[in-house]
Write a protein that binds this ligand. Structure first.
Ligand code: GDG
Length: 467
């Protein structure tokens, strides 16, 4: 097997302890890195006064990580700036939140160039290189300019915006052209891939074959749909560990017979948290008989606190949750439990299992793993119901969820009522179909599928398995 070099903004090394508290993506990438004796390269998350390019190599649970520190200006312009204040909102269709500043573009280019210079000596002739996400779009091109001829793939974890939104980015042409340095580009859904193809068709006059192969100015790039999964079987087990069972029991006790609706999201405007609260408020105001028998638990650990739009959404959710509780709470019932902190993975699995409904309402989401984790954590004999936004990439793979338009408070309220009233037989049949899909298209399926595109010379799909 060829050696794999994974590059992502942040590196999440596997820990030596039991795998229970590690995300599926970390587990999957760790499995292939371990097996191929590969390297995971990226930013350490630490700051240094001046960029040195000194690499900190570490080995953890058989996986070699190579990290570098960044300067404050890099973090401001590349990470907080172009990645999270320009590309993130634009790629989530929120042009009005996107900030277009040349300084951000310069910082983004600078960090990608620095990454290329630092990574270059680590790449040997037969290595495969796999670059992840919107922070590092031009990295492939920077490597090609330095003479790298290896197969290089790119995977986008967030949506690709429609062409007419993409062109509002001042440097859109340069950014998209740089993607032609890759051999393969992966998207979570047909929608995101189609938006990318629309752009290259209309703006670049590229030639596109039926299988997604694009030829432009002598370069060939294959665009593929490769939806990420979770480690479904392992996650289902996590939901029955001691910590999970204890948490599940505590939630049942504190619910005092009321049905729990649960939401878990990074505190991000793409996740539709305000719309979720408004939909829930609509349920409370329009269905009195139901309302005092339920509560919504929203877990929302803060993220990207250095970015102003994130401070704003936090303030507006504080005020909205206060308003809802002020209006509807009684002496012995708090309708909305809004918690701004994170929980361990196994505790979270126990919380999901205690819930009657999982409420996932992003306005736009590349995939959404919470929807999948909620399903995997359910008790097969008494499963909760997933209410899921049409606009999450996950909706394409999960038609048995109750699908809603998150912009409509009525639709959210109706779906909640339907889910809370759903008979056991229907809950079971929907859950079984969803769970079958999660087991079939799990995170290793995703990884092997992408690896087969990245290294077509190996022929059949490789069969890397979780350790
Ligand atoms: C990006 C794309 C795409 C959340 N709170 C806690 C916690 N989490 C975990 C969840 C889940 C993960 O974080 C969030 O994943 P999502 O997929 O929902 O969203 P993003 O972070 O925006 O991820 C997304 C993903 O990349 C993968 O390609 O699906 O569309 O935006 O795993 O469980 N985990 C723990 N405590 C928490 O409080 N332990």
């Amino acid at each position: 097997m060829k050696r794999l070099i994974v590059v992502s903004n942040r590196v999440q090394p596997p820990s030596e302890e039991a795998s229970g508290n590690q995300g599926g993506l970390t587990l999957a990438l760790s499995a292939v890195l371990r097996e191929s004796n590969g390297i995971w390269f990226g930013w350490s998350g630490e700051e240094t006064e001046t960029y040195t390019g000194n690499i900190n190599f570490q080995k953890s649970a058989g996986v070699t990580t190579a990290t570098v520190d960044l300067e404050p200006q890099d973090i401001h312009e590349y990470y907080d700036g172009f990645a999270n204040r320009t590309l993130w909102p634009l790629f989530h269709y929120r042009v009005s939140l996107a900030e277009f500043e040349r300084g951000f573009v310069d910082g983004y280019e600078r960090v990608n160039t620095r990454f290329a210079d630092t990574l270059l000596p680590l790449i040997t002739e037969d290595d495969l290189v796999w670059v992840h996400d919107y922070h590092l779009v031009p990295l492939g091109q920077r490597l090609r300019e330095r003479g790298v001829t290896n197969r290089i793939g790119f995977f986008l974890h967030i949506p690709w915006p429609p062409m007419r939104l993409m062109v509002s980015l001042p440097n859109h042409q340069e950014l998209v052209e740089s993607m032609f340095a890759y051999d393969v580009v992966g998207f979570h859904t047909e929608d995101w891939k189609e938006s990318f193809l629309d752009y290259v068709r209309a703006q670049m006059d590229a030639q596109i074959d039926e299988d997604g192969t694009i030829v432009w100015q002598g370069r060939t790039l294959k665009a593929v749909v490769c939806p990420i999964g979770i480690d479904a079987a392992a996650y289902a087990e996590t939901a029955t560990t001691k910590t999970a069972r204890t948490m599940c029991r505590q939630m049942h006790e504190s619910a005092a017979g009321r049905g729990m609706i649960v939401g878990v999201d990074r505190l991000d405007y793409s996740k539709g948290l305000q719309e979720r609260f408004l939909g829930y408020e609509r349920l409370l105001s329009t269905r009195e008989s139901m309302s005092e028998n339920v509560f919504l638990l929203q877990i929302a650990p803060p993220s990207r606190e250095g970015v102003q739009t994130y401070q704003e959404i936090r303030a507006s959710l504080d005020s909205l949750s206060g308003r809802i509780n002020g209006e509807f709470a009684t002496v012995d019932w708090v309708p909305l439990r809004y918690v701004n902190k994170g929980y361990s993975r196994d505790a979270l699995a126990g919380i999901y299992r205690a819930a009657r409904v999982g409420l996932v309402t992003p306005l736009r989401d590349g995939m959404n793993l919470v929807a999948k984790e909620f399903v995997a954590a359910q008790d097969p004999e008494d499963p909760g119901v997933l209410v899921l936004s049409h606009f999450a990439g996950a909706a394409a793979q999960m038609p048995e969820a109750v699908l809603i338009n998150p912009y409509s408070p009525e639709e959210i309220a109706d779906a909640l009522a339907q889910a809370l009233d759903m008979p056991l037989a229907e809950r079971k049949s929907r859950w079984q179909a969803l769970m079958d899909g999660l087991l079939r298209e799990d995170v290793m399926w995703w990884l092997n599928r992408f690896m087969a595109e990245l290294d077509p010379a190996t022929g059949a799909e490789p069969e890397i398995e979780l350790a």
